[in-house]
Ligand binder design. Structure first.
Ligand code: ATP
Length: 306
């Protein structure tokens, strides 16, 4: 029996997410502050006798409401990642990839990108293909703009379409409660809605993340930080899922320092003072509104072998 090689990669929240007008190729330029948080995807890679690349979902997955709706074919990002690595390196031989999903699907936390990053790291080790992290990042960027960050982890400013990363060194962690939704939002649909809401407006291409925000994060200034968090996709996500507004209001009402839609939503990230405060917030949201929550912190490392 072949031993699996398992890699773990984090989900992310965008502490700041500025989005510009669509480019000619349809992509939107962004200025993002990514934070990797302690909600992880695991991908276990086992060599196969044949040359197929297959994917399965572990029964330990906590993020899959409807396993039938999860893509287990060629379009799964772990399959695309393994195939890309095999093609790039000339590796011959199949692999089975078992995903343990904890990051909500289509939740705005880059779960699929985390799976792709973990698959690249696991297969690179299993196959002995010896690519550096930088090389894996360049390959990963071809699968999705968030894959390079899932590989690097920590905290980083992302420019371009989010793939041009500059790490931000943070000595202090921040504590968050994630309010999970029972439904997903399609990222392209949220961007499309943003463009509709902005019709006729002159929107600038974001060039940088607010330096005050970077400073507040570095200083762990929980007084200034709440007013500096921002997500340009909020109105579009709320337009498509109006119930999101109630979750944002409830989080603030329960005493969160602030509430923020994560990426394209519908996950909402609530900033807490410390782990104890995060625990209180989570209990209140479950007890009073039946909201499914996860207590997390960031930054945490990027994709790595277990
Ligand atoms: P992002 O925040 O990067 O925009 P997301 O977290 O909102 O993305 P994902 O869960 O990464 O969304 O994936 C969105 C879609 O991609 C899913 O609806 C699914 O059909 C497809 N997909 C392909 N492979 C995967 C995978 N391994 N995990 C999750 N979704 C996948």
């Amino acid at each position: 029996m072949n031993q699996p090689v398992t890699a773990r990669a984090p989900g992310k929240i965008n502490v700041s997410f500025r989005v510009g007008p669509p480019r000619a190729d349809g992509y939107h330029p962004v200025a993002s502050l990514y934070l990797a948080v302690s909600l992880f995807e695991d991908v276990a890679a086992t060599a196969r006798e044949d040359e197929d690349i297959t994917v399965g979902l572990s029964s330990a997955s906590t993020a899959v409401e409807d396993p039938e709706a999860f893509p287990l074919g060629e379009d799964n990002l772990v399959v695309l990642a393994a195939r890309l690595l095999a093609e790039h390196t000339g590796h011959v031989g199949g692999v089975h990839l078992e995903i343990t999903k904890r990051v909500p699907i289509a939740g705005g936390m880059g779960g699929g990108s985390a799976d792709a990053a973990a698959a690249l790291v696991a297969c690179n080790s299993l196959w002995g293909t010896g690519l550096t992290r930088e090389e894996l990042g360049r390959l990963g960027a071809r699968l999705g703009a968030d894959v390079p960050f899932a590989l690097s982890g920590g905290a980083a400013v992302g420019l371009g379409v989010g793939d041009q990363l500059s790490p931000l060194l943070l000595r202090n962690r921040t504590d968050w409660v994630l309010a999970l939704a029972s439904y997903g939002l399609s990222t392209p649909a949220v961007y499309q809605q943003l463009d509709l809401l902005r019709e006729g407006q002159d929107v600038e291409v974001p060039q940088a993340v607010d330096p005050d925000l970077l400073q507040a994060l570095v200083d762990h200034d929980l007084v200034l930080l709440p007013g500096l968090l921002a997500n340009d996709l909020t109105a579009a996500a709320v337009h498509l899922a109006p119930e999101l507004q109630a979750v944002l209001d409830m989080g603030r009402g329960a005493g969160a320092l602030t509430a923020l839609v994560s990426g394209s939503g519908p996950t909402v990230a609530l900033l807490a003072e410390d782990p104890g405060h995060a625990g209180q917030l989570a209990t209140q949201l479950i007890d009073e509104a039946g909201i499914d929550t996860r207590i997390v912190h960031g930054p945490v490392p990027g994709a790595r072998l277990l």
